[in-house]
Design a protein around this ligand. Sequence first.
Ligand SMILES: Cc1cc2nc3c(=O)[nH]c(=O)nc-3n(C[C@H](O)[C@H](O)[C@H](O)COP(=O)(O)OP(=O)(O)OC[C@H]3O[C@@H](n4cnc5c(N)ncnc54)[C@H](O)[C@@H]3O)c2cc1C
Length: 477
Amino acid sequence: MNPGLLHELTKLLGEDSVLHKLEDLFLYEYDGSVEKGLPDVVVFPTTTEHVSQTVKLAAKYEVPVVGRGAGTGLSGGALARAGGVMLVFSRMNRILEIDSENQRAVVQPGVVNFELTRAAEPHGLYFAPDPSSWKSCTIGGNVAENAGGPHTLAYGVTTNHVTALELVLPDGEIVRVGSKHGDAPGYDLAGLFVGSECTLALVTEITVKLSRQPEAVKTLLVIFDSVDDAAESVVDITARAITPAACEMLDGWTLRTVEDYIHAGFPMDSAAVLLIEVEGLAEAVAAQAAAVNEVCSAHHAREVRLARDNAERELLWKGRKNAFGALGRLAPSNYVLDGVIPRSKLPQTLRRIQKIGTHFGFQIGNIFHAGDGNLHPIILYDPRDTAQFERAMQASAEIIRYCLQVGGALTGEHGVGMEKSELMPLVFSDADFSLMRRVHDAFNPDCLLNPGKIFPLNKGCGEIRVRKPPVEAASRP
Ligand SMILES: Cc1cc2nc3c(=O)[nH]c(=O)nc-3n(C[C@H](O)[C@H](O)[C@H](O)COP(=O)(O)OP(=O)(O)OC[C@H]3O[C@@H](n4cnc5c(N)ncnc54)[C@H](O)[C@@H]3O)c2cc1C
């Protein structure tokens, strides 16, 4: 760590806002992904001015900078791949305004997603993007990753709910894009920054739309004896122009693991369940629930169970939203994939994933946003076993390749980060990369902000440190 930079950061932020001892830095070496990257110093700004001054200092010493929310990201976005300064936004966590009349909120980036919905609830409002990590992930992280969640099937992902941003550019300049109400004239710059994975700017304030709570909600647990029947039901529900607010699927192995841990009421002997939510005006909701019931019964659903009250509904969602944690109890580590397929390819893709699992020697769990065709196969592995880790990586690449082969996408909501940068050429041509680079370089020409992300290394920011093999990290004393 450069002593001059450390001295100036400590002077700017105070000693209790700067971490530089190795044992402290290790806590920030990882996120929810399988990647690793150690920062040289971690700082906790409390104001936009702090962020701007920190970025200016890093530029002065030619040191990279990366922003971090809660570190729940699943693609290595918040890791300091090339070392440098990590800005953690956990102390910029105030809800600055809830404008209930106009259904807007203004928040600092470190506000936890669920806390915004909790604050909006007394006004009959909520924040629609609800990643399963909503009780820990931050709105700043949601903006950077353009996060989705179970309810984005009906309401769209984060970008559909962000109207304005305050940003700190890599040279420390503070700018505002978008507008609180209505479309900002000119380029849709807020749209450009949402999903840019901290490669264009740091986000210091966010204005979001709040949605009105629906008059009625019905949550259905649909139980199947065959995965194919569950998958076919999803295809058919959407083909009949029924748009549930959420349509999630868990396969049998996964739901048994979840049930063991959460006791959400999932039947242990079923092959798959769908968790379907319909909401809106009471009459429309009753009609939609009946239509869902009809479609699933036609596909041999064993039972369509309607949550009797809010407590049962919350328990079912607890099962869904804690599923990754439940699976995490079975192995030292797990790799949550993120791929998208056309919904109509769901049955064949689930069969293919099982085959890939068998071939590489893994039981692969499936728990995912079925309604949007956004898959999250989970591979359990032991990072101390290098050969097993490599097989897990091969299996995951094979699954993602298959998603692309059937007309899907590289990522649905977790971003590219470090995890998928080398797979980007499967989707983008040199001309595509050149255009993306020009956008990148317009804001981040020296590549000091979050280097080594999104772009493959040979098309990225030149020489940077590559990731350490996981076994090295795992065997550290
Ligand atoms: C159990 C579990 C379930 C999940 N479920 C979902 C899901 O349903 N849907 C979904 O989309 N994702 C999901 N995720 C992934 C993750 O929670 C999201 O990507 C989330 O948006 C990350 O937020 P974070 O605060 O943890 O960000 P971090 O992981 O800290 O960072 C993510 C990215 O945001 C950038 N960043 C953070 N703050 C800022 C800022 N202020 N300015 C600029 N860049 C910033 C980082 O540099 C990084 O590139 C899940 C993760 C877990 C562990």
